[in-house]
Design a protein around this ligand. Structure first.
Ligand SMILES: Nc1nc2c(ncn2[C@@H]2O[C@H](COP(=O)(O)OP(=O)(O)OP(=O)(O)O)[C@@H](O)[C@H]2O)c(=O)[nH]1
Ligand SMILES: [Mg+2]
Ligand SMILES: [Zn+2]
Length: 296
């Protein structure tokens, strides 16, 4: 029996790295599937290595955390890669990813990629606003370009010594960034579709890659939509650090910071202490979650 980390699942095989860095190709024990255990990249597993035949994953050790999208377990932080242009920024999707990572208890780093494409004043101002507001939330913020190399040292620093998962829309440049950080990885990257202006879902599998001996990063397939109905509406404000910090000051316990009087969050928005666009997105997400609650 050996312990290792699941680094990739492909074509019915599971690839597990042991403590020495050797990769074993395994099958999953039938019983695991019978028990409804879904293996995730990042899982710490016990592998049975018979003298003859395939190695078999016999057991999954308890998880520290997990995400459903991208599907991954036991990571320290989510590095959320987006772009202002090509593809255009989807602030709602970005927030859905952030709050999913917050729900899982992960640290968040926001990477705004393709800095080389940012040219006009409006885009420059928007980027500055995003950097300021998200830094104040306590998130790591890296503006980068795989093309010019800007920001890559800072990104490397943010990744150093941690297990990270890259998440973000298809075409944002996740795989390209990793190739720049470690060219030997030779990950597939793909042009955006001319018709839709979006990525073509080039990366098909989650894979945990090693940047150096104490730094692991999962490259993952991009996505355009993210389901968040698993988040209880009452938890939502706690996933926005600047709202969470003021929750104790509202008049009503359990205040949703919407129609309630004497709400410390609304007061902070009025005083310009909370960015109005963050509050607007909070309200929009709250409405989405409430609607779902009414359905069930
Ligand atoms: N101009 C510019 N183009 C970039 C940059 N980074 C990546 N690209 C291009 O963006 C396209 C998409 O890059 P990928 O690395 O495949 O994107 P991805 O996020 O891995 O996409 P999926 O695997 O589909 O999720 C490619 O054509 C890259 O060359 C950048 O910093 N600047
Ligand atoms: Mg990719
Ligand atoms: Zn309130």
């Amino acid at each position: 029996m050996l312990e290792g980390v699941l680094v990739k699942a492909k074509g019915g095989f599971y690839f597990v790295r042991d403590a020495q860095g050797r990769i074993m190709r395994c099958r999953a024990r039938g019983r695991l599937k019978g028990e409804g255990v879904q293996l995730l990249v990042g899982d710490r597993v016990i592998v049975d290595t018979p003298e003859r035949g395939d190695s078999v994953i016999a057991k999954v050790l308890p998880r520290k955390n997990s995400l459903t999208r991208p599907p991954v377990a036991n990571v320290d932080q989510a590095v959320i890669v987006t772009t202002l242009a090509e593809p255009p920024l989807d602030l709602h999707l970005l927030h859905r990813i952030i709050i999913s990572a917050e729900m899982a208890g992960l640290l968040c780093v926001l990477c705004f990629n393709k800095l080389d494409l940012i040219k006009n004043d409006a885009e420059i101002a928007l980027l500055k606003e995003l950097e300021t507001v998200f830094s104040a939330c306590g998130y790591g913020v890296v503006s980068a370009s795989s093309l010019t190399g800007e920001g890559l040292d800072l990104l490397r620093e943010q990744l150093k010594g941690k297990i990270s998962v890259l998440a973000g829309p298809s075409g944002a440049g996740k795989s390209t960034l990793l190739n720049r950080l470690k060219p030997e990885l030779n990950l597939l990257s793909g042009e955006l579709s001319e018709k839709t202006g979006r990525g073509r879902h080039t990366t098909r599998h989650v894979e945990l890659l090693s940047l150096d001996e104490d730094t692991l990063v999962a490259d993952t397939p991009g996505f355009q939509r993210l389901e968040i109905s698993f988040i209880p509406p009452r938890r939502l404000a706690s996933l926005f650090p600047e709202l969470h910090a003021r929750e104790g000051n509202c008049r009503y316990p359990g205040c949703l910071h919407h129609h309630e009087p004497d709400c410390a969050v609304k007061e902070a928005v009025e005083k310009g202490q909370i960015a109005p666009w963050r509050y607007k997105i909070y309200l929009a997400l709250l409405e989405t979650l409430n609607r779902q609650e009414n359905v069930y």
